[in-house]
Design a protein. Structure first.
Length: 628
């Protein structure tokens, strides 16, 4: 039985308040200007991923009704062209628009004319006319005495019937009549095209801490364990906090952009940036006390000392990390998903180079790794600023605004659930690192390598889930229930393919991969022994990631939160501790818990998605749009 998808009244209230304040500062749009602006329709949210966020609040879909005065969506020329092309393509696939260049085969012009003007063809045309108007019937007029039969196939593309006005009219008729459908091939192409830059982006960003593990791992296994412990602590107490809180921008920035006042996106960015910088103060205090805190938890005092030193140096990069996380959402709200990829194409090699230069070339040793990371985290927002200023994205920056210090409550209330969801999964896996420190330095070093490897493999299905979430939410926003279900099926197939690929990769290279991280034979042997177990749950990991994306697209992300909490904390962690310490299985037992938990997540969420009413999801989205 389906429950209504949750609405986002906090976001709507926040944006409405900003718009009311904005009305007192910005002149109303003139009537003449309004006539030149294309009416906002669901095809916009269908085509452009900026209308649905790829994070935990992925159902920020807007009204298809005629917008009120001053609330128009201003599409750029590039955006209008993209929307028109997608409409034309779908209409053509559904036979509501002629193909670009009709095929003649080997029949020639006379044969083709004879076939088109045959009695059967004319009878079919007249039969369609008797049944009444159908979507696109204004494109195909009934043959009459005035029909120019000798004209043959029009020389213009699409028979000259691809004008924006005709396409829009045909699209609206087809949507109303339920005539728009999609194919597996189309959805596969869309998901691959959308996820490809995201996969590269996530891999590049994940390479920042992994570069330290690569570099420091060749110093010794104590240093390798320390950098893993420090990265885990930094993730739980800092980076996951920034990421979780910034998820509120996925809703707020997207709705601000859709309101027709793009500079409100910049206002939301400023609010989040100031908020995260305030949060940086307690985070910095925790990191400053890192050596003392970790020495109380970790039995190996040298490992705790090095990890605490890493955290103290990392404080210098925290403000930059917060700025980059906020800036990413600012760009994504505008549909500029490739911008972050371009930035990381510079930042990731710089980080690797600085790790090598500081740790080995200057012979600074362990401390060189956190310095390299801190330098990179401050470089990334600077590069993003230069991209916005000189390439794209500046249109949503309205300058510094004093209103950024007000209206924080809705942002914080939206941010807290995102923080809980992100921390829940972060903490479940990072507990393994903390627990492995009690097994010994070899186990802690092996855990560092295993965590890095599984983290890298996860960067393939997770971006795929982001693309699936965006696509499904767009289709639901366009009231296309059946195509949305098709997109979900395609995403699940891709998840299986990715899972099998990861299984094959880890299984066949299990003796080679550990040597990339450390030369210590004891650590290499332990990792090689455990990699088959990590490979075994790769299919569940990929399926769970994509299921979470589908749930976000459906607006049922709370299901993923509840299932994750149950699977990780009720099932996974007790099994890990019971087998790892109680049964004496060591690191193998610790990893058995997450493996089973991921299987539980994939099974429960997959069953929920299978039983979901997609028509109900469309109705829920329409209701939210009317309320918005």
């Amino acid at each position: 039985m389906d429950n209504p998808a949750p609405s986002t009244p906090l976001a709507e209230e926040a944006i409405a308040r900003d718009l009311e304040e904005d009305e007192s500062e910005v002149e109303q749009t003139s009537d003449s200007d309004e006539s030149t602006i294309r009416q906002f329709s669901m095809i916009n949210s269908y085509r452009r991923p900026s209308y649905v966020n790829p994070g935990a609040r992925s159902t920020s879909i807007f009204s298809s009704s005629v917008p009120e005065r001053g609330h128009h969506l201003h599409l750029s020329k590039k955006e209008r062209t993209a929307v028109l092309e997608e409409e034309r393509s779908l209409l053509r696939d559904n036979h509501l628009l002629p193909p670009k260049h009709p095929r003649r085969g080997s029949e020639g012009a006379v044969g083709g004319l004879g076939r088109r003007s045959s009695i059967a063809a004319l009878r079919k045309t007249l039969s369609n006319a008797e049944r009444g108007a159908v979507p696109g019937d204004h494109l195909y007029r009934v043959a009459s005495e005035q029909t120019a039969l000798l004209r043959g196939v029009p020389s213009l593309p699409y028979g000259g019937l691809d004008t924006p006005k005709l396409i829009d009219q045909t699209w609206e008729e087809a949507i109303a009549a339920g005539k728009i459908n999609t194919t597996w091939q189309r959805e596969a192409k869309v998901i691959v095209k959308s996820s490809a830059p995201l996969i590269l982006t996530f891999l590049l960003q994940y390479s920042l801490p992994v570069a330290s593990i690569f570099t420091v791992g060749h110093i010794g296994k104590t240093e390798l364990g320390a950098v893993s412990l420090a990265s885990m602590t930094a993730s739980i107490t800092g980076f996951a906090v920034y990421q979780g809180l910034a998820t509120s921008l996925d809703t707020l920035c997207a709705q601000a952009y859709g309101s027709g006042r793009p500079h409100l996106v910049g206002l939301q960015l400023q609010r989040m940036l100031y908020f995260l910088w305030v949060i940086t103060i307690p985070i910095s205090l925790v990191w400053a006390c890192g050596p003392q805190i970790l020495s109380l938890i970790v039995p190996e005092q040298e490992t705790a000392r090095l990890a605490g030193l890493y955290l103290r140096i990392l404080i210098a990069g925290a403000p930059g990390y917060a700025a980059f996380e906020s800036g990413k959402r600012y760009m994504q709200a505008q549909g500029l998903f490739s911008a972050t990829m371009y930035i990381l194409l510079i930042g990731a090699p710089f980080n690797a180079l600085m790790n090598w230069f500081l740790v080995w070339k200057l012979d600074w040793g362990f401390v060189g790794a956190p310095i390299a990371v801190a330098l990179t985290e401050n470089l990334l927002p600077l590069l993003l600023f230069l991209y916005v200023r000189f390439v794209d994205g500046y249109q949503c920056w309205g300058g510094f605004d004093r209103r950024a210090f007000k209206n924080w409550a809705p942002m914080i209330k939206l941010a807290l659930p995102g923080l809980v969801m992100v921390l829940a999964e972060f903490l479940a896996f990072e507990i393994l690192t903390l627990s492995s420190s009690w097994l010994g330095p070899t186990e802690l070093a092996a855990q560092s390598v295993l965590g890095s490897i599984t983290g890298i493999t996860f960067q393939i299905p997770f971006p795929m889930s982001v693309a699936a979430s965006t696509r499904i939410a767009n289709l639901i926003g366009a009231t296309l229930a059946v195509p949305a279900k098709t997109a979900a099926k395609v995403a699940m197939v891709f998840a299986c393919i990715i899972g099998v690929f990861n299984i094959t990769l880890l299984s066949t290279l299990r003796n080679f991969i550990p040597r990339l991280f450390t030369p210590d034979e004891e650590v290499v042997d332990l990792v090689a022994h455990l990699l088959p177990l990590c490979a075994a749950f790769q299919l569940f990991d990929a399926l769970a990631a994509v299921c979470n994306g589908i749930l976000r697209g459906l607006g049922r992300q709370e299901i993923g939160g509840y299932v994750g909490l149950f699977a990780y904390y009720i099932v996974g962690i007790p099994i890990s501790f019971g087998t790892g310490f109680g049964a004496g299985w060591g690191l193998y037992g610790l990893w058995s818990g997450p493996a089973i938990a991921l299987g539980v997540v994939a099974a429960i969420e997959g069953l929920f998605i299978y039983s979901t009413s997609w028509e109900r999801a469309v109705r829920d989205a329409e209701r939210r749009n009317i309320q918005g």
